[in-house]
Design a protein around this ligand. Structure first.
Ligand SMILES: [Zn+2]
Length: 310
């Protein structure tokens, strides 16, 4: 099956021609500084797919989209994507795919698509009880239970792994709760986390005030002995590790795949989470393995190509 696939994030839209789990051709649209609307981008996406394809688009089998936000899998509509694509809920994407490319359309959340990608063609192959945690701008989650991708009648089941509470006295999350994994350790919250650590430990950052914070920088500075970076690193590892145990306990996972840009930028994260899980997770079903995503940045792109089958 040949899928015209797109992994639609807030700053980049990754596009691919995917056949049976292999990305045959790829491209991307940088949308960071562009319109906050999705409609103007749809025609560009179709043009990119046509250029990438070595045959008429109508000879492909499906358009498959992964969104970094809430989607209604059944009606195949975008529900909400924070701060971006405000027109999403009003768009009839099925009609667009039919009219523009004469193809059927499937849609899902990006973390769930990443789980499906890893299950079908990556680090989760052959596993029936699988959980995925993605570490990036936010913290994402998804689960496979008894070989069934968990979606629920409302489409949100399994997706709120980033809002598992890892510190009941923790900082306020954008979801309204306190101490969620995403609030305690994610790129979007990193400036506040650094600020809190600075105050809590009476430290002064050794980097310029206008430095763009990211976890690769935090891990590099921590490895060089920077005390504030060590505090942020260790706090974040603790939050991700606690969330990992929660995910394993919630879904009875036998394998936990860790993905997302932060994990691929600092693979030691997976080692730290694995050590914590080995010590603290209770798995009466016989144990759990923790591993890094194999498909890396392609996981959601590959996964959405399998949506028609899952
Ligand atoms: Zn939350």
């Amino acid at each position: 099956m040949i899928a015209l696939a797109a992994d639609i994030g807030g700053t980049v839209i990754k596009l691919g021609i995917v056949e049976d789990g292999r990305v045959l051709a790829r491209d991307q649209l940088d949308v960071a500084s562009r319109s906050r609307l999705l409609a103007p981008l749809l025609a560009q996406m179709a043009d990119h797919w046509r250029k990438l394809l070595d045959r008429p688009a109508s000879e492909a089998d499906a358009v498959t989209l992964a969104f970094a936000g809430a989607v209604d899998v059944r009606s195949r509509r975008v529900e909400a994507m924070e701060g971006k694509y405000e027109d999403g809920p009003n768009l009839d994407l099925v009609a667009w795919a039919k009219c523009e490319l004469n193809l059927p359309l499937w849609i899902d959340n990006d973390a769930r698509a990443a789980l499906i990608g890893e299950w079908k063609a990556g680090a989760g192959q052959g596993e029936s009880e699988l959980a995925m945690m993605t570490l990036g701008t936010g913290v994402g989650g998804a689960a496979l239970v008894d070989n069934v991708v968990l979606r629920g009648s409302h489409g949100m089941s399994g997706l709120l792994g980033g809002h598992l509470i890892v510190d009941m006295h923790g900082r306020r999350c954008l979801c309204g709760n306190k101490g969620c994994a995403e609030a305690e350790a994610s790129t979007s919250r990193l400036p506040q986390i650094v600020q809190d650590m600075t105050r809590r430990h009476g430290l002064t950052p050794t980097w310029p005030a206008n430095a763009k914070l990211n976890y690769a920088m935090i891990f590099q500075r921590a490895a060089a002995g920077d005390v504030l970076a060590i505090a942020v690193r260790d706090h974040s590892l603790q939050a991700w590790s606690a969330a990992a145990v929660n995910l394993i306990h919630a879904y009875g996972a036998r394998r936990l795949v860790i993905g997302g840009g932060i994990a691929h930028g600092s693979p030691q994260i997976v080692d730290a989470i694995r050590d914590y899980v080995d010590e603290y997770a209770w798995t009466p079903w016989g144990g759990v393995t923790v591993c890094l995503s194999q498909l890396s940045n392609d996981a959601a792109l590959v996964g959405c190509s399998f949506l028609p089958q899952t």
